[in-house]
Design a protein around this ligand. Structure first.
Ligand code: SF4
Length: 268
């Protein structure tokens, strides 16, 4: 059996996730951390390879071997997340298909994504078999996007939003918008609400950076929670979070202005 935080496997956990319950992580990226964003709050620390290049980072054969010896039966949800942006992996659809065969489609398949790749229709096709897609949307304008998410140079907010809307049109599963609230965007609720109401997700996940920012990259950070954070070999920095009062105020405002169900890290 695979231990909860092995650094050698492309499958890790299950870990307790406030959004997902007991969640088994699938890492289609691994080494080094690779993403089209380099978020200032990323639990992986400074992203090692900032790119929009889609390719096979970890072979399907390897992921499935790791999955077969993992504790997948103990998980409620199989979550594609890991050491970067999972939709950069060209084999994401193939891996989802194979996992559904092994689990006889009895486990929820979820994807945590930054939403930057959905302006490519092929990427949308590749995630159609998921049950839940949780799409990041922290910024209502390019300036805030550059401040918080520090994207690859070719990425802009207009294309991200067009891609997310295209996903919303075609994807038949549940779509969640996840928003990380920080000092840079906590006063931009009205602007974010305008985008949310255009996209019309099924649900909003209100988040704030509860995990520290490591000063170096170590694969252990992909699933580090609670006491596991102490095992990170680099110094870590705590980030400014919302106060409980601010979170409640934002939650109420989002509820009132979007009429959508909201789950909040503060209630979990
Ligand atoms: S999108 Fe996710 S993996 Fe990529 S930098 Fe941001 S938090 Fe990290």
């Amino acid at each position: 059996m695979v231990s909860s935080l092995t650094t050698l496997s492309s499958v890790y956990g299950p870990i307790k996730s406030w959004r997902m319950g007991s969640s088994l992580g699938i890492d289609l990226i691994m080494d080094p951390s690779t993403c089209s964003f380099n978020c200032t709050y990323c639990q992986l620390g400074f992203i090692q390879r900032i790119t929009t290049e889609r390719k096979i980072y970890v072979s399907t054969k390897r992921v499935i071997q790791d999955f077969n010896v993992s504790n997948w039966k103990d998980a409620d949800v199989i979550t594609f997340s890991g050491s970067g942006e999972p939709t950069l992996a060209l084999n994401i659809s193939e891996v989802i298909r194979e996992i559904k065969l092994i689990t006889e489609s009895k486990k929820t398949i979820s994807i945590l994504t930054n939403g930057t790749m959905f302006n490519n229709p092929q990427v949308i096709s590749d995630v159609m078999d998921a049950d839940l897609i949780s799409v990041k949307l922290d910024a209502p304008d390019d300036e805030t996007l550059r401040m918080i998410n520090r994207p690859a140079s070719e990425i802009n907010l207009e294309n991200i939003v067009l891609g997310i809307k295209a996903l919303r049109k075609r994807f038949e599963g549940k779509m969640q918008l996840q928003i990380m609230f920080m000092p840079q965007n906590k006063n931009k609720i009205n602007e974010l609400v305008n985008l949310i109401n255009e996209i019309k997700p099924d649900e909003i996940a209100l988040n704030t950076p509860t995990r520290p920012y490591p000063s170096g990259w170590d694969m252990i950070t992909r699933g580090a929670h609670g006491k596991d954070i102490e095992k990170i070999k680099y110094a870590t920095k705590s980030l400014k979070t919302l106060t409980k009062e601010e979170a409640i105020e934002i939650e109420n405002k989002l509820k009132e202005l979007t009429n959508l169900p909201i789950i909040s890290v503060y209630n979990n």
